[in-house]
Design a protein around this ligand. Structure first.
Ligand SMILES: Nc1nc2c(ncn2[C@@H]2O[C@H](COP(=O)(O)OP(=O)(O)O)[C@@H](O)[C@H]2O)c(=O)[nH]1
Ligand SMILES: [Mg+2]
Length: 362
C-alpha cells in the first residue's frame, strides 16, 4: 500500500486533489485539522492498494539527516506543547504570590535549602488556605521530632542501621556512654553485628571495656537468639548493625537474624545530610522495615544545607530522634528537639550541647 498525505485550506480542496490523483481507489487513513501560523490546515492521509511509491534513488546519509532535521520542529513543537500543559497545570497551584509575604519567604528559603518540590507543594497547599498561618506548625507535622530518651523510646533493644561510614558505631558509643552517665546503675550492653574488616567492632569492645558496659559479638543467628534470651540481664542493649551490601535489604537481613518477630526492638536509620536526592530514596527502599522507627542525622557539622532532613522525614514518615554534629565522642550528640531542628534548618545553627545533662551525670 502506498500512503500519502494531502494538505489544503479546506477539506473540499484536499478531497478534490486526492480524487484527481487516485480516483476512487484511495482509502482515507486519517483526517485532521491543524493550526499553523494562525491558519487552519486540513490534513488527510490516504492509502492506495497495489500502488508502490515511485522508486527513489537510494537515500544518502545527508538525506537521512536532512529528513530527521525536518521532523525536529514538529517534535519540538509537540514537546513544547506538552511542557506548556504541564506548567499550566502546576503553576496556578504554585503561585507563591497567593501566600502572605512571610509564608512566601519561608517557602523560597526552603527551596534554596534543597527541600524538594513535592514537599514545597504540600506546604503551599496548607498555607494558602490561611495567610495568617505560621509555617512552623505545618513543618512540624511533615518533619516531627521524637527525642531519644527513655520515655519516648522505652524499647530495650535499639539497633542502628545505615550505610558504611555514616556514624553508626560512634553514635552507639555516645548513646551508651550518655545512658551510663545519666543513669550509672543501668545495665547496658553494646553489641556488634558488624563482622566486616573495619575497626568498628574493636572500637566498640574497647569503649565497653573502658566504661563498664557489657559487650556482645553477634556473628550468627544463634548469637542474636542468645542475646535475646539474656535480655533480662540488661536495661538497654545497643546493636551496631553492619552497612549492608549492594543487594541486601534490611528487612530480609533482620529476618535472617531472627529480629523480625515480636522482640522489643527499634531500628534507627543513621543518615548524613549531603547525599544526592536519588540516594535517599534508594536508602529508604533498602532500609524499609516495620522495625525502622526513626532517623538519626549525623555529620551535621559537615553540611552547608539541610533540606535533606525535611525531605527524608516527608518521604519516610519517620520522626528524627538524634542529631550529631561533631567527630568527637563528647559534646557531639543531642536528642532531637523541635527548637534545635528548625534552628538548624532555618539558621544553620548547630544544636548546643546538653550541658545540664552532662554536668548532672558526671
Ligand atoms: N564531623 C563528624 N564526624 C562524625 C560524626 N559522627 C561520626 N563521625 C565520624 O565519621 C566516621 C565514621 O563513623 P563510624 O561511627 O565509624 O561510622 P559507621 O561505619 O557507620 O559505624 C568516624 O571518623 C567518626 O568520627 C559527626 O556528627 N560529625
Ligand atoms: Mg561501624
Amino acid at each position: 500500500m502506498r500512503v500519502k498525505t494531502f494538505r489544503g485550506s479546506s477539506t473540499a480542496t484536499v478531497f478534490a486533489e486526492i480524487k484527481a490523483e487516485f480516483g476512487d481507489s484511495a482509502v482515507i487513513l486519517s483526517n485532521k485539522s491543524v493550526e499553523e501560523s494562525g491558519r487552519k490546515i486540513h490534513e488527510i492521509m490516504v492509502g492506495v492498494e497495489g500502488q508502490e511509491a515511485p522508486v527513489q534513488a537510494q537515500a544518502t546519509r545527508d538525506d537521512i539527516i536532512g529528513d530527521a532535521m525536518n521532523n525536529i520542529p514538529e517534535w519540538n513543537q509537540e514537546w513544547n506543547q506538552i511542557k506548556g500543559h504541564m506548567m499550566a497545570l502546576l503553576k496556578p497551584q504554585m503561585n507563591l504570590s497567593l501566600l502572605a509575604p512571610r509564608q512566601r519567604l519561608a517557602l523560597e528559603y526552603l527551596e534554596r535549602e534543597g527541600v524538594e518540590g513535592k514537599v514545597i507543594m504540600s506546604l503551599f497547599h496548607e498555607l494558602r488556605q490561611d495567610p495568617s498561618k505560621a509555617i512552623l506548625p505545618v513543618l512540624e507535622t511533615i518533619a516531627p521530632v521524637c527525642p531519644f530518651d527513655n520515655k519516648n523510646w522505652p524499647q530495650k533493644f535499639h539497633a542502628l542501621a545505615g550505610p558504611h561510614g555514616v556514624g553508626k558505631t560512634s553514635t552507639i558509643i555516645r548513646l551508651a556512654l550518655r545512658e551510663k552517665k545519666a543513669n550509672p546503675g543501668a545495665r547496658i550492653c553494646v553489641a556488634s553485628a558488624d563482622q566486616g574488616q573495619g575497626k568498628g567492632r574493636l572500637v566498640l569492645r574497647h569503649y565497653a571495656d573502658l566504661s563498664g558496659l557489657e559487650f556482645r559479638d553477634l556473628g550468627t543467628r544463634e548469637d542474636f537468639a542468645t542475646l535475646m534470651g539474656e535480655s533480662h540481664n540488661f536495661d538497654k542493649v545497643f546493636i551496631d548493625l553492619p552497612g549492608l551490601s549492594a543487594t541486601a535489604e534490611l528487612d530480609a537481613w533482620l529476618g535472617v537474624c531472627g529480629l523480625n518477630g515480636a522482640c522489643d526492638l527499634a531500628v534507627h536509620l543513621v543518615m548524613n545530610p549531603y547525599f544526592a536526592p536519588a540516594q535517599y530514596t534508594a536508602f529508604l527502599k533498602k532500609y524499609k522495615s516495620v522495625k525502622l522507627k526513626s532517623l538519626i542525622w549525623t555529620k551535621l557539622d559537615e553540611s552547608c544545607t539541610y533540606g535533606a532532613l525535611v525531605n527524608m522525614s516527608h518521604e519516610s514518615g519517620l520522626p528524627v530522634s538524634l542529631l550529631s554534629y561533631g567527630s568527637g565522642l563528647r559534646n557531639s550528640l543531642k536528642s532531637a528537639v523541635a527548637k534545635d531542628f528548625w534552628r538548624l534548618i532555618f539558621k544553620h545553627q548547630l544544636p548546643e550541647n546538653e550541658k545540664i545533662e552532662f554536668a548532672k551525670a558526671v
